[in-house]
Ligand binder design. Structure first.
Ligand code: XIL
Length: 297
Protein backbone atom coordinates (compact mmCIF):
# COMPACT_ATOMS: atom_id res chain seq x y z
CA UNK A 1 0.00 0.00 0.00
CA UNK A 2 1.19 3.50 -0.74
CA UNK A 3 -0.93 5.55 1.66
CA UNK A 4 -1.43 5.38 5.42
CA UNK A 5 -5.15 4.71 5.11
CA UNK A 6 -4.74 1.89 2.61
CA UNK A 7 -1.91 0.36 4.64
CA UNK A 8 -3.99 0.41 7.82
CA UNK A 9 -6.94 -1.08 5.95
CA UNK A 10 -4.86 -4.18 5.17
CA UNK A 11 -5.40 -5.22 8.78
CA UNK A 12 -8.94 -3.84 9.04
CA UNK A 13 -7.83 -0.66 10.77
CA UNK A 14 -8.07 3.01 9.84
CA UNK A 15 -5.52 5.80 9.80
CA UNK A 16 -6.94 9.22 10.51
CA UNK A 17 -6.12 12.86 11.00
CA UNK A 18 -7.60 15.93 12.65
CA UNK A 19 -8.94 18.53 10.22
CA UNK A 20 -9.47 22.26 10.72
CA UNK A 21 -12.33 23.62 8.62
CA UNK A 22 -10.45 26.87 8.06
CA UNK A 23 -7.68 25.02 6.21
CA UNK A 24 -9.82 23.04 3.79
CA UNK A 25 -9.39 25.55 0.97
CA UNK A 26 -5.60 25.11 1.19
CA UNK A 27 -5.17 22.62 -1.65
CA UNK A 28 -1.84 21.19 -0.43
CA UNK A 29 -3.50 20.44 2.89
CA UNK A 30 -6.73 18.98 1.57
CA UNK A 31 -4.95 16.94 -1.12
CA UNK A 32 -2.69 15.24 1.44
CA UNK A 33 -5.56 14.74 3.87
CA UNK A 34 -7.87 13.12 1.34
CA UNK A 35 -5.11 10.94 -0.13
CA UNK A 36 -3.49 9.60 3.03
CA UNK A 37 -6.24 9.24 5.61
CA UNK A 38 -9.55 7.38 5.87
CA UNK A 39 -10.82 8.68 9.23
CA UNK A 40 -11.35 12.33 10.09
CA UNK A 41 -11.73 14.12 13.43
CA UNK A 42 -12.77 17.77 13.61
CA UNK A 43 -9.94 19.48 15.48
CA UNK A 44 -12.29 22.00 17.16
CA UNK A 45 -15.53 22.20 15.18
CA UNK A 46 -17.60 19.61 17.05
CA UNK A 47 -16.63 20.76 20.54
CA UNK A 48 -19.28 22.27 22.83
CA UNK A 49 -18.24 25.90 22.28
CA UNK A 50 -18.59 25.40 18.52
CA UNK A 51 -21.83 23.41 18.44
CA UNK A 52 -23.84 25.23 21.12
CA UNK A 53 -22.49 28.81 21.25
CA UNK A 54 -25.71 30.05 22.84
CA UNK A 55 -27.69 27.83 25.13
CA UNK A 56 -30.05 25.59 23.17
CA UNK A 57 -29.06 27.26 19.87
CA UNK A 58 -27.02 24.67 18.07
CA UNK A 59 -24.65 25.55 15.23
CA UNK A 60 -23.32 22.77 13.05
CA UNK A 61 -21.99 24.84 10.15
CA UNK A 62 -18.26 24.24 10.74
CA UNK A 63 -18.76 20.67 11.91
CA UNK A 64 -20.84 19.90 8.86
CA UNK A 65 -18.26 21.48 6.59
CA UNK A 66 -15.77 18.89 7.82
CA UNK A 67 -18.33 16.08 7.86
CA UNK A 68 -19.39 16.82 4.27
CA UNK A 69 -15.83 17.25 3.02
CA UNK A 70 -14.89 13.88 4.53
CA UNK A 71 -17.89 11.82 3.51
CA UNK A 72 -17.87 13.21 -0.06
CA UNK A 73 -14.40 11.66 -0.29
CA UNK A 74 -15.37 8.35 1.28
CA UNK A 75 -13.68 9.10 4.62
CA UNK A 76 -15.29 8.24 7.94
CA UNK A 77 -15.67 10.68 10.82
CA UNK A 78 -15.10 10.44 14.58
CA UNK A 79 -17.04 12.89 16.75
CA UNK A 80 -14.98 14.92 19.23
CA UNK A 81 -16.22 15.78 21.91
CA UNK A 82 -19.48 16.11 23.92
CA UNK A 83 -18.54 16.67 27.58
CA UNK A 84 -15.23 18.28 28.55
CA UNK A 85 -13.97 20.80 31.12
CA UNK A 86 -12.33 22.83 28.33
CA UNK A 87 -13.74 24.61 25.28
CA UNK A 88 -17.13 25.00 26.90
CA UNK A 89 -19.27 27.85 25.59
CA UNK A 90 -19.22 30.91 27.84
CA UNK A 91 -22.77 30.38 29.04
CA UNK A 92 -21.84 26.94 30.39
CA UNK A 93 -18.60 27.82 32.15
CA UNK A 94 -20.07 29.23 35.33
CA UNK A 95 -22.96 26.82 35.60
CA UNK A 96 -23.22 24.16 38.27
CA UNK A 97 -25.51 21.70 39.95
CA UNK A 98 -28.63 20.41 38.26
CA UNK A 99 -28.63 23.37 35.84
CA UNK A 100 -25.29 22.25 34.40
CA UNK A 101 -26.22 18.57 34.55
CA UNK A 102 -29.34 19.27 32.51
CA UNK A 103 -27.40 21.49 30.10
CA UNK A 104 -24.88 18.69 29.54
CA UNK A 105 -27.66 16.20 28.84
CA UNK A 106 -29.39 18.66 26.51
CA UNK A 107 -26.09 19.30 24.71
CA UNK A 108 -25.42 15.59 24.17
CA UNK A 109 -28.96 15.07 22.90
CA UNK A 110 -28.85 18.07 20.57
CA UNK A 111 -25.49 17.29 18.97
CA UNK A 112 -26.02 13.56 18.74
CA UNK A 113 -29.45 14.00 17.15
CA UNK A 114 -27.86 16.06 14.38
CA UNK A 115 -25.19 13.45 13.64
CA UNK A 116 -27.36 10.40 14.37
CA UNK A 117 -26.30 7.37 12.35
CA UNK A 118 -23.52 9.29 10.61
CA UNK A 119 -20.39 8.90 12.74
CA UNK A 120 -18.06 6.01 13.51
CA UNK A 121 -17.60 7.00 17.16
CA UNK A 122 -18.09 9.81 19.64
CA UNK A 123 -15.62 10.88 22.29
CA UNK A 124 -18.46 11.27 24.79
CA UNK A 125 -16.28 12.43 27.67
CA UNK A 126 -12.80 13.93 27.33
CA UNK A 127 -10.03 14.32 29.93
CA UNK A 128 -11.96 13.75 33.17
CA UNK A 129 -9.04 12.44 35.27
CA UNK A 130 -6.10 13.91 37.17
CA UNK A 131 -2.58 12.57 36.75
CA UNK A 132 -2.86 10.60 40.00
CA UNK A 133 -5.97 8.76 38.84
CA UNK A 134 -8.51 10.79 40.80
CA UNK A 135 -11.27 12.72 39.08
CA UNK A 136 -10.36 16.11 37.66
CA UNK A 137 -12.01 18.98 39.48
CA UNK A 138 -14.34 20.80 37.05
CA UNK A 139 -17.80 22.25 36.92
CA UNK A 140 -18.99 18.95 35.45
CA UNK A 141 -17.38 16.94 38.26
CA UNK A 142 -19.09 19.32 40.68
CA UNK A 143 -22.47 18.06 39.48
CA UNK A 144 -21.72 14.67 41.03
CA UNK A 145 -19.36 11.76 40.44
CA UNK A 146 -21.95 10.05 38.24
CA UNK A 147 -21.73 12.73 35.53
CA UNK A 148 -19.61 10.50 33.28
CA UNK A 149 -21.97 7.57 33.40
CA UNK A 150 -24.95 9.86 32.87
CA UNK A 151 -23.20 11.25 29.78
CA UNK A 152 -22.67 7.74 28.40
CA UNK A 153 -26.22 6.58 29.16
CA UNK A 154 -27.59 9.73 27.52
CA UNK A 155 -25.37 9.18 24.51
CA UNK A 156 -26.42 5.56 24.03
CA UNK A 157 -30.09 6.52 24.08
CA UNK A 158 -29.50 9.42 21.68
CA UNK A 159 -27.79 7.27 19.01
CA UNK A 160 -27.63 3.52 19.66
CA UNK A 161 -25.61 2.94 16.46
CA UNK A 162 -22.48 4.96 17.24
CA UNK A 163 -19.50 3.72 19.27
CA UNK A 164 -19.13 5.60 22.56
CA UNK A 165 -15.58 6.36 23.72
CA UNK A 166 -13.85 7.77 26.77
CA UNK A 167 -10.82 9.82 25.61
CA UNK A 168 -7.81 11.07 27.59
CA UNK A 169 -4.08 11.89 27.50
CA UNK A 170 -1.28 10.45 29.62
CA UNK A 171 -3.01 7.10 29.86
CA UNK A 172 -0.42 5.33 27.70
CA UNK A 173 1.97 4.25 30.48
CA UNK A 174 0.46 1.21 32.21
CA UNK A 175 2.11 1.92 35.56
CA UNK A 176 0.84 5.53 35.70
CA UNK A 177 -1.82 6.57 38.20
CA UNK A 178 -4.06 8.18 35.59
CA UNK A 179 -4.03 5.07 33.41
CA UNK A 180 -5.09 3.00 36.40
CA UNK A 181 -7.83 5.46 37.32
CA UNK A 182 -9.35 5.32 33.84
CA UNK A 183 -8.93 1.53 33.78
CA UNK A 184 -10.88 1.17 37.02
CA UNK A 185 -13.68 3.36 35.69
CA UNK A 186 -14.01 1.28 32.50
CA UNK A 187 -13.93 -1.90 34.59
CA UNK A 188 -16.68 -0.49 36.83
CA UNK A 189 -18.79 0.62 33.84
CA UNK A 190 -18.48 -2.81 32.25
CA UNK A 191 -19.41 -4.60 35.49
CA UNK A 192 -22.51 -2.43 35.99
CA UNK A 193 -23.65 -2.29 32.37
CA UNK A 194 -22.93 1.38 31.79
CA UNK A 195 -22.68 1.67 28.00
CA UNK A 196 -19.12 2.21 26.74
CA UNK A 197 -17.49 0.80 23.61
CA UNK A 198 -14.03 2.26 23.36
CA UNK A 199 -11.15 4.07 24.99
CA UNK A 200 -9.24 6.73 23.10
CA UNK A 201 -5.61 7.22 24.07
CA UNK A 202 -4.65 10.66 22.83
CA UNK A 203 -0.96 9.68 22.56
CA UNK A 204 0.59 13.15 22.71
CA UNK A 205 4.16 11.97 23.22
CA UNK A 206 6.94 14.27 24.37
CA UNK A 207 10.70 13.87 24.31
CA UNK A 208 12.90 10.84 24.08
CA UNK A 209 12.94 7.97 21.65
CA UNK A 210 11.19 5.21 23.58
CA UNK A 211 7.51 4.66 24.21
CA UNK A 212 5.95 5.09 27.67
CA UNK A 213 6.51 1.93 29.62
CA UNK A 214 4.29 -1.03 28.73
CA UNK A 215 2.31 0.90 26.14
CA UNK A 216 1.16 -2.29 24.45
CA UNK A 217 0.18 -3.74 27.84
CA UNK A 218 -2.05 -0.71 28.37
CA UNK A 219 -3.77 -1.29 25.03
CA UNK A 220 -4.28 -5.00 25.61
CA UNK A 221 -5.41 -4.46 29.22
CA UNK A 222 -8.12 -1.99 28.21
CA UNK A 223 -9.13 -4.30 25.37
CA UNK A 224 -9.43 -7.21 27.79
CA UNK A 225 -12.20 -5.28 29.57
CA UNK A 226 -14.27 -5.63 26.40
CA UNK A 227 -13.72 -2.25 24.73
CA UNK A 228 -12.00 -1.23 21.53
CA UNK A 229 -8.98 1.02 21.86
CA UNK A 230 -7.75 3.68 19.45
CA UNK A 231 -4.89 6.15 19.35
CA UNK A 232 -6.86 9.35 18.83
CA UNK A 233 -4.56 12.42 18.75
CA UNK A 234 -1.06 11.22 18.02
CA UNK A 235 1.82 13.68 17.84
CA UNK A 236 5.42 13.12 18.94
CA UNK A 237 8.11 15.68 19.74
CA UNK A 238 10.33 16.07 16.68
CA UNK A 239 8.52 13.10 15.12
CA UNK A 240 10.79 10.50 16.72
CA UNK A 241 10.78 7.70 14.16
CA UNK A 242 11.26 5.04 16.82
CA UNK A 243 8.27 6.30 18.82
CA UNK A 244 6.09 6.53 15.72
CA UNK A 245 7.17 3.06 14.63
CA UNK A 246 6.66 1.68 18.14
CA UNK A 247 3.20 3.13 18.69
CA UNK A 248 2.08 1.82 15.30
CA UNK A 249 3.46 -1.64 16.05
CA UNK A 250 1.84 -1.68 19.48
CA UNK A 251 -1.55 -0.97 17.94
CA UNK A 252 -1.08 -3.64 15.29
CA UNK A 253 -0.15 -6.15 17.97
CA UNK A 254 -3.48 -5.67 19.76
CA UNK A 255 -6.48 -7.01 17.84
CA UNK A 256 -8.91 -4.53 19.42
CA UNK A 257 -6.73 -1.52 18.59
CA UNK A 258 -8.90 -0.38 15.70
CA UNK A 259 -7.08 2.65 14.37
CA UNK A 260 -4.64 5.51 14.71
CA UNK A 261 -5.33 9.23 14.25
CA UNK A 262 -2.59 11.86 14.07
CA UNK A 263 -3.51 15.31 15.38
CA UNK A 264 -3.06 17.28 12.16
CA UNK A 265 -1.59 17.00 8.68
CA UNK A 266 1.59 19.11 8.40
CA UNK A 267 3.85 20.32 11.22
CA UNK A 268 2.67 23.83 10.46
CA UNK A 269 -0.95 22.79 11.12
CA UNK A 270 -0.18 21.34 14.56
CA UNK A 271 -1.23 22.81 17.91
CA UNK A 272 2.37 21.86 18.84
CA UNK A 273 3.89 23.29 15.66
CA UNK A 274 7.07 24.41 17.46
CA UNK A 275 7.79 20.71 18.17
CA UNK A 276 7.41 19.52 14.55
CA UNK A 277 5.43 16.51 15.74
CA UNK A 278 3.55 15.27 12.65
CA UNK A 279 4.17 13.11 9.58
CA UNK A 280 4.38 15.87 6.94
CA UNK A 281 6.61 18.93 7.07
CA UNK A 282 5.36 22.46 6.54
CA UNK A 283 5.82 22.08 2.79
CA UNK A 284 3.66 18.96 2.72
CA UNK A 285 6.62 16.58 2.23
CA UNK A 286 6.63 13.13 3.84
CA UNK A 287 8.99 12.99 6.82
CA UNK A 288 11.08 10.03 7.96
CA UNK A 289 8.42 9.28 10.54
CA UNK A 290 5.87 8.87 7.73
CA UNK A 291 7.95 6.10 6.22
CA UNK A 292 8.46 4.39 9.57
CA UNK A 293 4.70 4.35 10.14
CA UNK A 294 3.86 3.20 6.61
CA UNK A 295 6.38 0.37 6.84
CA UNK A 296 5.06 -0.71 10.24
CA UNK A 297 1.42 -0.86 9.11
C1 XIL B 1 -6.66 21.29 20.66
C2 XIL B 1 -6.65 21.85 19.25
O1 XIL B 1 -5.69 21.15 18.50
C3 XIL B 1 -6.34 23.33 19.28
O2 XIL B 1 -6.53 23.89 17.98
C4 XIL B 1 -7.23 24.06 20.28
O3 XIL B 1 -6.82 25.40 20.39
C5 XIL B 1 -7.18 23.41 21.65
O4 XIL B 1 -7.52 22.03 21.50
N1 XIL B 1 -6.72 17.25 23.74
C6 XIL B 1 -7.88 17.21 22.97
C7 XIL B 1 -7.99 18.06 21.76
O5 XIL B 1 -8.76 16.39 23.23
O6 XIL B 1 -9.30 18.49 21.55
C8 XIL B 1 -7.07 19.26 21.87
O7 XIL B 1 -7.12 19.97 20.62
C9 XIL B 1 -5.66 18.83 22.20
C10 XIL B 1 -5.62 18.13 23.53
Amino acid sequence: ATTLGAAAAQSGRYFGTAIAASRLNDSTYSTIAAREFNMITAENEMKPDATEPNQNQFNFSAGDQIYNWATQRGLKVRGHTLAWHAQQPGWMQNMGGSTLRNAMINHINGVMAHYKGKLAAWDVVNEAFNEDGSRRNSNLQGTGNDWIEVAFRTARAADPSVKLCYNDYNIENWSYGKTQGVYRMIQDFKSRGVPIDCVGLQTHFTGGSSLPSNFQTTLSSFAALGVDVALTEVDVTNSSTSQYQGLTQACLNVPRCIGITVWGVRDSDSWRSNESPLLFDGGGNKKAAYTSVLNAL
